[in-house]
Design a protein. Structure first.
Length: 276
């Protein structure tokens, strides 16, 4: 359980207001806009984030760092599960084709309009499987777009609620992905993305907001327990596949336009090892 550190909030709210004016977005507005092609989001310099957003976390390690980050990223705007559709059309927009999104596991560029539940379409993948902690699609962890990604319907079903680990047999239609009875290995280009999304969830949801305390562990086949593994592999993936421009832009879009919180492990990948 984390101890909240609240004193940073008053200056941070002022900073959020400044960011909102610069981005042309009202941070407090709960409504999620429709998803036409979006203009580029200007990245917030890390030095600015460290002076404002992360000021309460700097210099800490271990449980103190995790607690400080929990307090920081828990200040967020929540969206509904239906609003997730339009949010993902912006957060995961194909940089080469503004009419498409990039699917997480396949890497395929798919029309934004081709979302739904039919074979060949894309739907909403919970990277932290929603059965691990039994949060379903409730507003909160079930709608947190830091770990929700567009994915091919069939591949999403193959991944199911499996933990993450290396090995298995190749996934048909998703080159570079592997699976077995209790685990799923994503393609190399998004291994670090997956790890950082899982670790974000472990810091954001600590059991103090009516949802389960989500924690990674070093096993697979976790079932409905509020755990996902394999932690040692996730740490390795995060190190081997550092954040790229797509992941960084996604973090900025979520911060500027939707939830107004960040995945700290994209901004500071070194904090993975500092906590775990």
């Amino acid at each position: 359980m984390s101890r909240r550190h609240l004193p940073y909030r008053r200056p941070l709210l002022a900073t959020f207001a400044a960011f909102a004016v610069l981005a042309g977005t009202a941070a407090a507005a709960p409504a999620v806009p429709a998803a036409p092609p979006i203009t580029p989001v200007a990245a917030t310099p890390l030095a600015t984030l460290d002076d404002t957003y992360y000021q309460d976390a700097l210099g800490k390690t271990g449980t103190q760092l995790k607690s400080a980050l929990h307090s920081i990223i828990s200040v967020q705007t929540k969206i509904s599960y239906s609003q997730v559709w339009d949010a993902l059309k912006n957060t995961d927009q194909d940089p080469a084709n503004s009419s498409n999104v990039i699917l997480l596991y396949t890497g395929r560029s798919e029309p934004k309009s081709d979302n739904g539940g039919a074979v060949g379409q894309w739907n909403r993948e919970h990277v932290w499987a929603k059965s691990h902690g039994d949060f379903g699609t409730s507003t909160g962890p079930g709608t947190d777009i830091h770990h929700l990604r567009p994915e091919d319907v069939t591949v999403n079903s193959i991944r199911g609620n499996k933990d993450f680990d290396n090995g298995g047999t190749a996934v048909s239609g998703a080159a570079g992905n592997y699976t077995d009875s209790d685990s799923f290995e994503p393609r190399d280009a998004v291994k670090g993305d997956v790890a950082r999304m899982i670790l974000y969830m472990a810091v954001r949801y600590e059991g103090d907001d009516a949802f389960a305390d989500l924690e990674p562990n070093d096993r697979v086949d976790n079932g409905s327990a509020p755990n996902i593994g394999r932690l040692s592999v996730l740490k390795q993936w995060s190190q081997e596949d550092p954040p790229d421009s797509f992941e960084e832009r996604r973090n900025d879009v979520i911060f500027d336009r939707y939830q107004h919180n960040r995945n700290p492990f994209i901004d500071h990948p070194e904090w993975v090892e500092a906590i775990w």
